[in-house]
Write a protein that binds this ligand. Structure first.
Ligand SMILES: Cc1cc2nc3c(=O)[nH]c(=O)nc-3n(C[C@H](O)[C@H](O)[C@H](O)COP(=O)(O)OP(=O)(O)OC[C@H]3O[C@@H](n4cnc5c(N)ncnc54)[C@H](O)[C@@H]3O)c2cc1C
Length: 377
C-alpha cells in the first residue's frame, strides 16, 4: 500500500507520524510505504508569528527542520507537487518526478493574498508572514500615538487572530505608556464582532472595557495609502495612522490551477475527510472546504482521524472513526491571561473567563507544539 502525503505542515506531519507508528509492522514487512512531499525543508510554528509581531519571540524560534520531526520510516522529499493526476493515481513534482500512490493525502495549507485588495500590501502591517511580523514590530516600536485601525480579510486562517491582536495591541500600548494617545478601531466583515457567536458575545464587553471602537459589516475594498484611509465594500471609511490587517487567504496555487477546488478549497466529506468523488484521496487542514476554522487544532484532530482510518482500512478493511468538526482555540486576552474555545459541528463553544494559568498553558504549548506535531501529544 503506497501512501503519499502532499504537504509537511501541521496536518501532514501529524498524519505521517501517527501512521508510521500504527503501520510500523506493515512498513517493516514491505506491505506499506509512506512518502511525504513538501515545499520546504523547514516547518514553521505559525501561531508564534503573533509573538514575533510584539517582540516576544524571535523568528528563528518558530522553525525546526522538517526531517527532524518525522519518523525515520517516512520517505521525505522537498519537491512540491505541480500536477495532480487523480484519475491515474499519480502526481508530478517540480523536479519532474512522478509518484504513484494507492492512497493520497492532500494537506498543502493556504496562502495569504493581500494583493487582492488594492493598497493592502503597501498600506498595512500584518503578522501573517515572518517578514510581515518583523516589520510590524519595528513599526509598533516607532509608533508614538494616533489612530490604529484593525481590518480583516476573508476567508482567513486562525479566526481568533483579529481578537487576539486587538488585545495584544491594547496591552502593548499600555505597557509603553501611550495607550491614552492611541485610538483603536476594530473592523469586522460580518454583522457582529466575531464569526463565532459566543466569542462575539464575550469579546464585546471586553472591547468596551478597553475602549476599542468597533464597526461591523466592514469588508475591506481598498486602502488609499496616500490619504491613509481604508474603505469598505459597504461604503464606509476609516482614517488611520497605523493599519493592521489580517489578509484574505486562498488555498495553494496548484490546487486552484489543477481545478481541485474553487479558491483552492477542496470539496471534502465532513466526517470521513475524503475528497468529493475520490475514494482514495483524503484532504486535511486549511485546504479543505469544511465549515470549521482553519486552525492547527482542526488540522491536528483531522489528521488523527485519518491516521486511524487509513491504518484500520489496511488492518481490518474498514474505517473506525469520524471527524466531528472538533476545534480547540486558545485566546490570548492580554494582561498575561487567556481563555479557550472548544467546539465542533454540533456544539458551539462555551467561553470561560480568562485566567493566568490558561496563558501560561498557551506559552507552554508554544514549545509543546514540537511534541504534538511528532504525534506524541
Ligand atoms: C499568525 C497565525 C496565527 C495562528 N494561530 C493559531 C492558533 O493560535 N491556533 C491554531 O490552531 N492555529 C493557528 N494558526 C493556523 C495554523 O497555523 C494553520 O491552520 C495550520 O498550520 C494548518 O495546517 P496545514 O497542515 O493545513 O497547513 P500548513 O501547516 O500551512 O502546511 C502546509 C504544508 O504544505 C506544503 N506545501 C505547500 N504547497 C505544496 C505543494 N505544491 N506540494 C507539496 N507541499 C506543499 C508547505 O510547505 C507546508 O509544509 C495560525 C496561523 C497564523 C498565520
Amino acid at each position: 500500500m503506497r501512501i503519499l502525503i502532499v504537504g509537511g505542515g501541521t496536518a501532514g506531519t501529524i498524519l505521517g507520524n501517527n501512521l508510521a507508528r500504527r503501520l510500523s509492522g506493515e512498513i517493516r514487512s514491505g506491505k506499506a510505504r509512506i512518502t511525504m512531499l513538501s515545499a520546504s525543508d523547514k516547518h514553521m510554528y505559525q501561531p508564534g508569528l503573533l509573538y514575533v509581531a510584539f517582540g516576544q519571540m524571535m523568528p528563528d524560534e518558530l522553525y525546526r527542520d522538517q526531517a527532524s520531526l518525522l519518523e525515520s520510516s517516512i520517505d521525505f522529499h522537498v519537491d512540491p507537487v505541480e500536477k495532480f493526476m487523480l484519475d491515474k493515481n499519480r502526481v508530478k513534482t517540480r523536479s519532474g518526478k512522478t509518484h504513484e500512490y494507492d492512497i493520497l493525502v492532500i494537506a498543502t495549507g493556504s496562502r495569504i493574498v493581500p494583493q487582492e485588495i488594492p493598497g493592502l500590501n503597501e498600506g498595512s502591517e500584518t503578522f501573517y508572514s515572518e517578514a510581515g511580523a518583523v516589520k510590524m514590530f519595528k513599526r509598533l516600536r516607532e509608533f508614538q500615538g494616533g489612530r490604529v485601525a484593525i481590518v480583516v480579510g476573508v476567508p482567513h486562517k486562525c479566526p481568533i487572530a483579529p481578537v487576539e491582536v486587538t488585545f495584544a495591541l491594547h496591552d502593548y500600548f499600555k505597557a509603553r505608556g501611550i495607550r491614552d494617545k492611541v485610538h483603536m478601531k476594530y473592523h469586522y466583515p460580518i454583522g457582529r464582532i466575531h464569526t463565532i457567536e459566543n466569542v462575539a458575545i464575550w469579546a464585546k464587553p471586553e472591547f468596551d472595557r478597553m475602549g476599542v471602537e468597533y464597526e461591523t459589516l466592514f469588508n475591506v475594498k481598498e486602502v488609499d495609502v496616500e490619504n491613509k484611509v481604508v474603505r469598505s465594500e459597504e461604503g464606509t471609511e476609516t482614517e488611520y495612522d497605523l493599519l493592521i490587517s489580517i489578509p484574505p487567504h486562498r488555498g495553494m496555487e496548484v490546487v486552484e490551477e489543477e481545478g481541485l477546488g474553487q479558491g483552492g478549497w477542496i470539496p471534502t466529506d465532513r466526517h470521513q475527510l475524503k475528497m468529493a468523488g475520490h475514494d482514495n484521496v483524503y484532504v486535511l487542514g486549511d485546504t479543505t472546504n469544511l465549515p470549521v476554522s482553519k486552525t492547527g487544532s482542526a488540522a491536528h484532530f483531522e489528521a488523527e482521524v485519518v491516521a486511524d482510518n487509513i491504518a484500520s482500512m489496511i488492518k481490518i478493511g474498514t474505517p473506525v472513526r469520524e471527524y466531528d468538526g472538533k476545534v480547540y482555540c486558545f485566546i490570548e486576552t492580554g494582561h498575561d491571561s487567556a481563555t479557550y474555545a472548544m467546539f465542533n459541528y454540533a456544539n458551539p463553544p462555551d467561553l470561560k473567563s480568562p485566567n493566568k494559568s490558561m496563558h501560561w498553558f498557551k506559552m507552554a504549548y508554544n514549545k509543546m507544539y514540537w511534541t504534538s506535531v511528532r504525534g506524541l501529544l
